[in-house]
Design a protein around this ligand. Sequence first.
Ligand code: ADE
Ligand code: ZN
Length: 348
Amino acid sequence: MSTDASPAPRGGTHDGVASRDLRSLPKAELHLHIEGTLEPELVFALAERNGIPLPYADVAELRARYAFDGLQSFLDLYYACMAVLVTEQDFYDLALAYLARAHDQGVRHAEIFFDPQAHTPRGISIDTVLDGLGRAMADAAARWDISGGLILCFLRDRPVAEAERTLESVAPRAHDLLGVGLDSAEDGFPPSLFEAVFGRAAELGLHRVAHAGEEGPPAYVAEALDLLGVERVDHGVRSIEDAALVQRLVADRVPLTVCPLSNRRLNAESSFQALPRLLEAGLVVTLNSDDPAYFGGYIADNYAVVADEFALDDTVLAGLARNSIDASFASPDRRAALLAEVAAWSAR
Ligand code: ADE
Ligand code: ZN
């Protein structure tokens, strides 16, 4: 990382003044809520297709609501917009639109979160969701050679018994999943609540990740490691407040899936500004987009905004892309192939 106090604009699509377009950097996306890729135009198109009335006159009025004062205010709109997702084709269209953008942004591997508990209470079966998302991923693999998988997230602010029922309902199709995660409102909903359901996910052979240390305290990060057995921590940025925890994460090489534009849009500017300290501490940082339709940019835009803000050079940026591939659940062969693509980018 450069210590230059007045960074030159560099690399990316965020501000259009890139010296090197960071869309060309091969990367993995490890923290992406598919429902958070629902662009306002698609909200309106699906509402019309499904005959669902919307409380907004047009796209501009909906977009005007994207002024969040924290995680909960974002989540309120995020869940409300999902009402337009009904059929298998809706989930396919949503995911294929994301994957087309991901391809354009240099994503070579995508591990995609979805929130079944935001759909099943509306009468939509988990099979409808999985079939649509899975078909889009298969098409993206064939069209663009994007690998990846689906991570089922439990909503931590809903009853634990509902999470257990959700997992059991999908157990016969566990082979269609890469893993499980934990998301939604964090404060007051510690990882410890979900110890048993994560234990069951491990029995089913699923990978485990969890949001922790986004708005919740560093203690939630430790709980996610100790009680849920997570292999990565989603966000995890508030770990920086606890030196012993940072030491542990560095020693165990636990990846953090950091989402800069999300932090900035959810008024967690101190989290956004923590990135250089996370890097200097030696943490395994990856950059991701979280809910790009709501936060003003996709993954290459996240790379670009931190490159500009913190004057990160190509070596650091390639290192972040390498981290994303190393931290993925891709096969060893696939990881080796993608790491070679990053090396080729660096050599160019
Ligand atoms: N669901 C979608 N985006 C989220 C975020 N940033 N934190 C927690 N839950 C989420
Ligand atoms: Zn998230």
